[in-house]
Design a protein around this ligand. Structure first.
Ligand SMILES: Cc1cc2nc3c(=O)[nH]c(=O)nc-3n(C[C@H](O)[C@H](O)[C@H](O)COP(=O)(O)O)c2cc1C
Length: 197
């Protein structure tokens, strides 16, 4: 990877001024300033059918349903070097729209074998930007922020996508905006995109 890369920013919260969208928009602006090739998508603007669980994609590596926005999103994910996923904690998990994206990406992301799945998105890396109402350390101890981190890691690790890092805003009901130190952490993670490790 050179000094700049292709970054796909995925908005997984409907709330335009919410914590995760605010962090994602900041990350996108910074990435562009750094010269990265940035594509921004809002999953709530997309027409994405639910995964029906037919498992045909396990044989063909692509979803049989092609009449929605998934072919376009799949292409963007395949082309990206770095995926920045903004997803708030909903019930200790990702929001439904993000979970559905993972489900629809199953065959494009990995090949099932008799033993361990073979990753199909190798060479890419990801950053997770998340937020939850629970305060620390309970967010971590009680499966809130730790819940979403586990699910996102499960998807990306199985797909061969390595983690660059995670930014968590906790206790979000108690303050407006995003704390300054979270922006500093985003800057730090973006530096790792440039350095390519
Ligand atoms: C449907 C729903 C489920 C939620 N579940 C949790 C939860 O399990 N744990 C938690 O700490 N916060 C939970 N929250 C609170 C959000 O994570 C919190 O408000 C967060 O800041 C939202 O992110 P956003 O500002 O980017 O939209 C939930 C919010 C909604 C709407």
């Amino acid at each position: 990877m050179g000094s700049t890369c292709k970054i796909l920013a995925i908005q997984g919260s409907f709330r335009k001024s919410g914590k995760t969208t605010t962090m994602l928009k900041y990350a996108a602006r910074q990435a562009e300033k750094m010269g990265h090739n940035l594509t921004y998508i809002n999953l709530f603007d997309k027409n994405i059918e639910y995964c029906k669980g037919c498992r045909k994609c396990m044989e063909t590596a692509e979803c049989i349903y092609k009449n929605d926005d998934m072919p376009e999103i799949t292409k963007l994910i395949k082309e990206a070097d770095v995926i920045i996923l903004a997803a708030p904690v909903y019930w200790g998990n990702v929001p439904a729209v993000v979970k559905n994206l993972m489900d629809r990406m199953s065959g494009a992301s990995m090949l099932e074998t008799d033993y361990f799945p073979k990753p199909r998105l190798k060479g890419k890396r990801y950053i997770l930007l998340t937020a939850c109402n629970t305060r620390m350390p309970f967010a971590k101890l009680c499966g809130q922020s730790s819940g979403i981190c586990r699910v996102v890691k499960e998807y990306f690790k199985t797909s061969g996508v390595k983690k660059i890092g995670t930014v968590i805003c906790s206790n979000t009901g108690k303050y407006d905006g995003v704390p300054q130190k979270k922006y500093a952490k985003i800057d730090k993670l973006l530096m790792k995109c440039t350095n390519g490790f």
